[in-house]
Design a protein around this ligand. Structure first.
Ligand code: AMP
Ligand code: MG
Length: 699
C-alpha cells in the first residue's frame, strides 16, 4: 500500500551554482502533506540540495513518516544503454557507475567530458550530443549533423510524454541530459545512506519508508502566476497534487512495468494530478502560509538586500478585485492591463485655429484658395467635402473634414470675403494630428499593477474607459504596544510617553493609498495583545505593530508570534533598527516594527512599504534614489546598512545633527533618507551619497 505521509518534489538542475538569492534555473524543492504545501525551498547547488534531502529524510524518518521524493529527471536510459556500459540491464548499477565517475563541485563538473568518454566507447558520434562548453570535446558533437545513436532515441515513457526531451541531449534550452548525469550520483549516494529504508520506483518494491520516484512537472503544470518563478510554482503544484491523491489512486499510478528504463509518475493520469482547485492571484487569494517569512537556516545578520529579495520572492497579492468608476479610481491599483478601446485622437483633427485644405501638392510662393461656407469646430464637424483648391475654416480640436489634410495657421493668412491667401510651402499634414498618433486603438495604455495617477485617469478616459478593474484597497492595521504609552493629548503621568508611532504609521499607510485601520494601543499584556491581533487579522490584510519586537521579557509581539509558531526574527544588518519580528497571524502577515519611532519609520519604509506593494497588487518597487554631494562627514564600519535622516539644501545632502533613534524631531526635520551601503565608508563633504526623498517612499 502506498500510503505516504510526506511528498517532496525536487526540480533538479544540471548547471552550476546560481548564487544565494532565489533564482530560476537553480534547484527548487517543495514539501507537502495532505494536499497543502510549504513554501518552495531554494537550493542554490547540488551540494546544498543533497544535504537538504538528507536532513528532510532523516527528520521524516525520526517522526515516523513515510516519504515519497520525486525528481524531475529520468531514472533510466533507453533499452540497451545500461548493459552496454555496465554489462547489466539493472539501472541501479548504472546509477553507481555514474556516481563513481562524476566529479561535481559548485562551479565546475565533468559532465560533458564524461559524455564524450562514453561516446568514444561507441563510434564517437553519439548517443550523447550538444557540447555546452566553449572548448571542444573529443567524441561529443555540438550539433546533430554527424550524429549517430546506437540506442533508441526515446524511452517508452518519452514516447507517451508529448514534448519531453531525450536523455541524450546534454545542453540547450529544456535539455535534460545533464540533469541525469548530475542527479543520479546524488540519488545513488542517498540510496546508500538510507540502505534498507529507501526504494527506487519502479525498479524496487516500495515497501520501505522512503520512495524515490521520477516525475516530469511539465506533464501537468504549465504557466506560473505573474512574478512567481516557474520552477518554484511547478514543484509546489506537483507536491500538492501528489500529496492530495488517495492511496488507491497513487497505487494505480505506481503500478507500471518498466524495469530498465523507468517511468514518469502520473503519465496517463494527468487529469487526476491537475484537478486540484488552484486559486490564481486574480481570484480571492489564499491566506499566506505561516512559513512565508522563513529565512534560510543558519543565517545570522541578514544583509538588507537579501532580506528584501526574500520578501519579494515570498509575498503574493492578498487583495480581491472590484470595478470602480474612473472618478473613484485615483490612487487605486489597476488589476488588469488596460488597452485602448478607442484611439487617441479618435479622428484626424486640427491642432490650431486656421484654414484646412488638401495640401498634397502645394508649391512654394504665394497661394490663393477659395473658401467654402461653413466651418469645422470641436464637437461640430463640417459635414461636406472640401474640393481641391478650396479651404474651410477650422478651429482647434475640430475633426478634419473630408478633402482636408493640412491646416494653415490663422496668423499666416490674409482672409478676404471668398478667398484666403498665404505663402507656401507648407508640409502636407501641417498643424494637424493623426488619428491614433498618441495611442492606437487596442494598444496597451496602462499595465496591471499601476497605481493610478491623475494623468492615468486622463489617459483612461481618453481611450474610452469609464470603469476600471482595480484591487480592493489594502487594509493596514496599526497597533502600538507598551505599558508606557498614552494617547496623544491625554494627561501623561510620570513614566508615561505619548504614542507617537501609531499616528505616524497610520498616516504612512494612507499616504501609500491603503486603508489605515486603527487598532489602538495595547499594554504589555499577552492576552490583550492576542485579542487585538485576532481582531486585526479579521479586519485587515496586513498588521503593523510597533514595540515589543525584541527578545526581552516585555517583548510580547515576538513572544506571541513565536507561540503561534509563526515568528521569524529577522536580524537585519541595518541601522537604525533592531530585530524585525515578521510573522503570520491567522494568515495575515505581521510586521513587528521596533518601538523607537525613528527605527519604526525606517523599517516601515525600507521593508513594510515594498512588501505592502506586493500584497496590494501593485508589485515591488525600489524607491528612487538620487546621487548627490554630501554636506556632511561620516565614518562607518562595515557589515550593515545605515539610513540617516537627511534633506537637500543648495544641492547638497545635509543630515540631522543626531543619529539618536529616539529623536522624533529629526524625522520631522528630514525630507528623506541617506542610504549608506553595507561596506565601510568614510564620507567627506562633497562625496557623492545616495539620497532617497520621502516622496520616493510614497510619503
Ligand atoms: P520597545 O521596542 O517596546 O522596547 O520600545 C523601544 C523604545 O521605543 C522605548 O523607549 C519605547 O518607550 C519607545 N516606544 C515604543 N512604542 C512607542 C510609540 N508608539 N511611540 C513612541 N515611542 C515608543
Ligand atoms: Mg515596549
Amino acid at each position: 500500500m502506498s500510503r505516504f505521509d510526506t511528498v517532496v518534489v525536487v526540480d533538479w538542475s544540471g548547471g552550476n551554482d546560481r548564487g544565494a538569492a532565489p533564482k530560476k534555473d537553480a534547484i527548487w524543492a517543495c514539501v507537502a502533506r495532505g494536499g497543502s504545501a510549504a513554501a518552495p525551498v531554494y537550493l542554490r547547488n547540488r551540494q546544498v540540495a543533497e544535504d537538504w534531502l538528507h536532513k528532510v529524510f532523516e527528520s521524516e524518518l525520526s517522526a515516523g513518516r513515510r516519504v515519497l521524493a520525486a525528481f524531475d529527471f529520468p531514472f533510466g536510459y533507453p533499452e540497451g544503454f545500461a548493459a552496454a556500459l555496465t554489462g547489466s540491464a539493472d539501472p541501479l548499477l548504472l546509477w553507481d557507475w555514474f556516481e563513481a565517475r562524476i566529479e561535481d563541485a559548485p562551479k565546475a563538473n565533468n559532465r560533458f567530458d564524461l559524455a564524450g568518454e562514453i561516446n568514444r566507447q561507441f563510434e564517437g558520434r553519439g548517443p550523447f550530443w550538444f557540447n555546452g562548453l566553449p572548448r571542444d570535446i573529443d567524441g561529443l558533437p555540438r550539433t546533430k549533423s554527424d550524429y549517430h545513436n546506437p540506442f533508441p532515441d526515446r524511452r517508452q515513457a518519452e514516447m507517451r510524454a508529448k514534448g519531453a526531451f531525450t536523455c541524450w541531449q546534454m545542453a540547450g534550452a529544456g535539455a535534460v541530459g545533464s540533469q541525469i548525469f548530475m542527479g543520479l550520483p546524488v540519488l545513488a549516494r542517498l540510496r546508500r545512506a538510507f540502505a534498507g529504508q529507501l526504494a527506487v520506483w519502479p525498479f524496487e518494491s516500495l515497501e520501505r519508508e522512503i520512495a524515490l520516484v521520477e516525475v516530469w512537472p511539465s506533464l501537468t503544470v504549465s504557466a506560473s502566476p505573474e512574478g512567481v518563478i516557474k520552477d518554484a510554482h511547478q514543484v509546489e503544484m506537483l507536491a500538492r497534487g501528489i500529496s492530495a491523491l488517495t492511496p488507491e489512486l497513487l497505487d494505480e499510478m505506481l503500478s507500471v512495468n518498466a524495469p530498465e528504463e523507468g517511468w514518469i509518475l502520473g503519465l496517463g493520469h494527468e487529469a487526476r494530478l491537475t484537478s486540484l482547485p488552484d486559486a490564481g492571484p486574480e481570484l480571492q487569494p489564499p491566506p499566506l502560509r505561516n512559513d512565508c517569512f522563513a529565512l534560510p537556516a543558519g543565517v545570522d545578520w541578514t544583509p538588507v538586500d537579501e532580506a528584501l529579495a526574500l520578501l519579494q520572492e515570498r509575498l503574493r497579492p492578498v487583495v480581491s478585485r472590484e470595478a470602480v468608476s474612473l472618478m473613484q479610481a485615483g490612487g487605486r491599483v489597476l488589476a488588469d492591463d488596460m488597452s485602448a478601446l478607442r484611439a487617441n485622437p479618435p479622428h484626424p483633427n486640427t491642432a490650431v485655429d486656421g484654414w484646412g485644405f488638401d495640401g498634397s501638392d502645394l508649391g512654394a510662393g504665394p497661394q490663393r484658395l477659395i473658401t467654402v461656407d461653413g466651418r469645422s469646430a470641436a464637437g461640430c464637424p463640417y459635414g461636406g467635402v472640401v474640393p481641391k483648391g478650396s479651404a474651410v475654416r477650422v478651429l482647434t480640436g475640430a475633426d478634419l473634414p473630408q478633402g482636408v489634410n493640412t491646416v494653415v495657421l490663422d496668423e499666416d493668412v490674409a482672409a478676404g470675403d471668398r478667398e484666403i491667401a498665404f505663402h507656401g510651402p507648407l508640409k502636407r499634414g501641417a498643424n494637424t494630428r493623426r488619428a491614433g498618433e498618441d495611442v492606437a486603438q487596442g494598444a496597451l495604455a496602462l499595465a496591471a499593477g499601476r497605481v493610478l495617477t491623475p494623468a492615468d485617469l486622463a489617459l483612461a478616459a481618453a481611450v474610452g474607459h469609464g470603469k476600471l478593474p482595480v484591487f480592493a484597497q489594502l487594509r493596514v492595521a496599526v497597533i502600538s504596544t507598551g505599558d508606557e504609552l498614552v494617547e496623544a493629548g491625554a494627561d501623561a503621568g510620570p513614566g508615561q510617553i505619548y504614542d507617537a508611532n501609531r499616528p505616524m504609521l497610520l498616516q504612512m499607510a494612507e499616504r501609500c493609498g491603503y486603508v489605515g485601520v486603527d487598532m489602538g494601543r495595547v499594554a504589555d499584556d499577552r492576552s490583550a495583545l492576542r485579542e487585538t491581533l485576532n481582531q486585526a487579522a479579521r479586519t485587515a490584510d496586513v498588521i503593523l505593530t510597533s514595540g515589543g519586537a525584541s527578545a526581552g521579557d516585555e517583548d510580547h509581539v515576538s513572544a506571541l508570534l513565536r507561540e503561534s509558531g509563526a515568528l521569524q526574527e529577522w536580524r537585519i544588518a541595518l541601522k537604525p533598527g533592531r530585530p524585525l519580528a515578521l510573522g503570520v497571524w491567522d494568515g495575515v502577515p505581521v510586521f513587528g516594527l521596533p518601538g523607537n519611532p525613528v527605527a519604526a519609520l525606517v523599517c516601515a519604509l525600507v521593508f513594510a512599504r515594498p512588501a505592502m506593494g506586493i500584497l496590494s497588487g501593485a508589485g515591488w518597487t525600489a524607491p528612487q534614489g538620487y546621487d548627490l554631494p554630501a554636506a556632511f562627514s561620516k565614518r562607518k564600519k562595515p557589515g550593515r546598512r545605515e539610513y540617516l535622516r537627511a534633506r537637500v539644501r543648495a544641492g547638497r545632502v545635509e543630515v540631522f545633527a543626531s543619529e539618536g533613534s529616539g529623536r522624533i524631531s529629526g524625522l520631522s526635520w528630514a525630507e528623506g533618507l541617506v542610504e549608506i551601503g553595507d561596506d565601510a565608508q568614510e564620507i567627506r563633504p562633497g562625496d557623492v551619497v545616495r539620497y532617497i526623498p520621502f516622496g520616493s517612499f510614497g510619503l
